[in-house]
Design a protein around this ligand. Structure first.
Ligand code: ME8
Length: 492
């Protein structure tokens, strides 16, 4: 039985259509999903939309639409964008779907049954942009630093979750990497939060209407964050398909941005433990794409439409750029200038040039077919020639980088092989062998050179497949290597 690999993106708010920030996380998860599928794992890749709560309701009001009508439109634009960006998700959960509502209510009932819910009065501040209760300490100049807006004062009777009862257990799980939080500095950040101490949090809202009613008190609706986190289990059958749920839970990886770390690393495991479910295995946290140093966000209005970028530069160029430019985990400025520079240097002059060079050479040499009988010879040349030796070490380094979720390193390794191919061409000057009157010897040498280049190119295309699926297919179809030659290299 192949091993399952359940991987998720956050579910995005439907107050606005997708932007390059949400595309960033989704493309990253897509690359991992494609990589692990290629490795033979039974991948389940989930994404979706977070449609309830004040933030979405306010956006609908502003657009003069009913909340349902509004979120239907935005959810559609998310689905269309992910199709356009070649995202290979296995499911798309919307929190307004019956399967989610049913599962969320089951979860809320289980939480109540656990005895860890109590009624209390909340008085304090709330940032609608974050959909979270916020303390004065977290503000900068009286405003939420992420949304540049003053929070509103809230005073209402809510239900609270006894978070404090679970913090010791959660701390142990995180310290011992039973819930692995990466990169390390994020794990330390969570441990520091735990050291500071955390207050119980409210799981319901009294004055908000757009949401899921609490099964034990219909006058209140579920706090949007509790409901949103639960998507990771309702989508795989919690409350509707127990068998599927048992097969897929716990999640192998939640990939998120650093803005929602506390919810995923602390609240979510505690909520799961309260109802007797396992916590997720791993949470990987990436940084922010910034514009002139400031977080790109829909609320701040400094975002770029990923479809515009894909139309202008190509889907694969966008996918490549986002994961190559900024070391994954860190913040980094998104700039069109850099995208264009990388497009020209890495894609047009690097990869594109190598493909056309090798194809032209091979055509000029008479396109001798790379047939199965060449395998033996290629095996011999593998022992001799540096280029083929380099392919093996490229594979190893690539695998290591991707499994540590270091996309930029994996891509760097591929581009080193591209440079090695260029150097190999310069060194061996196959064109001199093409133009010469060919002897049996020179013909043999030419074949070996071209075969090494074609095989390296094939490997480059295979390694690029998760990142740039269409480009990879195009290269593979252009070089048309005989299927049998594939066994020369161990599969990934
Ligand atoms: O927080 N740079 O939804 P959201 C990098 N609904 N990534 C970015 C980004 C940026 N500038 N802007 C957004 C929510 N993202 C909740 C999540 S999950 C149970 C509920 C990405 O629409 C990044 O992954 O605000 C971030 O964590 C996420 O979008 C926030 O999306």
């Amino acid at each position: 039985m192949p091993k399952k690999f359940y991987i998720t993106t956050p579910i995005y708010y439907t107050n606005n259509p997708p932007h390059v920030g949400s595309a960033y996380t989704t493309i990253a998860v897509d690359v991992l999903a494609r990589y692990y599928r290629q490795k033979g794992k039974k991948v389940f890749f989930l994404t979706g939309t977070d449609e309830h709560g004040e933030k979405n309701a306010q956006a609908a009001k502003k657009a003069n639409k009913s909340p349902q009508e509004f979120v239907d439109e935005i959810a559609k634009s998310f689905k269309e964008t992910w199709r356009a960006l070649d995202i290979s998700n296995d499911d798309f959960i919307r929190t307004t779907e019956p399967r989610h509502i049913k599962g969320a209510q089951k979860f809320l009932s289980a939480l109540k049954k656990s005895g860890k819910i109590y009624q209390g009065k909340y008085e304090g501040l709330y940032c609608i942009g974050c959909e979270k209760f916020i303390t004065k300490k977290e503000l900068a100049d009286g405003k939420c630093p992420d949304h540049q807006k003053a929070p509103k004062k809230v005073s209402e009777t809510n239900y609270f979750f006894k978070l404090s009862d679970f913090l010791d257990r959660v701390k142990k799980l995180i310290s011992h990497d039973k819930i692995k939080i990466e990169p390390l500095e994020r794990k330390n950040e969570v441990l520091a939060l735990l050291k500071q101490g955390l207050e119980d949090f409210s799981i319901s809202r009294q004055k908000v209407k757009w949401g899921i009613p609490l099964p034990f008190d219909k006058k209140q609706i579920s706090y949007v964050w509790v409901e949103a986190l639960v998507n990771y289990i309702t989508a795989i059958g919690y409350g509707s398909n127990q068998k599927k749920f048992n097969q897929l839970w716990p999640a192998d990886l939640h990939l998120i941005g650093k803005d929602i770390l506390k919810f995923h690393a602390l609240y979510w495991p505690a909520l799961l433990l309260a109802v007797g479910l396992k916590p997720p295995r791993k949470i990987f946290v990436h940084g922010f794409l910034t514009a002139d140093g400031q977080k790109m966000s829909k609320t701040l209005g400094n975002v770029i439409d990923p479809i515009y970028l894909a139309d202008k530069y190509g889907v694969d160029a966008l996918r490549y750029f986002l994961l190559r430019e900024i070391p994954f985990g860190q913040d980094g400025d998104f700039s069109i200038k850099r995208l264009e520079e990388r497009y020209n240097a890495d894609l047009a002059n690097g990869l594109g040039n190598l493909v056309s060079r090798v194809l032209t050479l091979s055509e000029k040499a008479g396109n001798f077919p790379v047939i199965a009988s060449e395998r033996k010879r290629a095996k011999q040349s593998r022992r001799k020639n540096e280029l083929i030796k380099g392919v093996k070490s490229t594979q190893k380094k690539y695998k290591k980088a991707l499994e540590k979720i270091k996309f930029h390193e994996a891509l760097e390794v591929i581009w080193r092989l591209i440079s090695a191919c260029d150097e190999f061409i310069e060194k061996n000057k196959p064109w001199t062998l093409i133009s010469e009157q060919r002897t049996a010897n020179s013909e043999q040498k030419l074949k070996e050179i071209l075969l090494s280049l074609l095989l390296s190119l094939k490997e480059i295309a295979v390694l690029l497949r998760p990142f740039m699926p269409a480009t990879s297919e195009k290269i593979l179809s252009q070089i048309k290597l005989n299927k049998k030659t594939e066994v020369l290299f161990p599969r990934l």
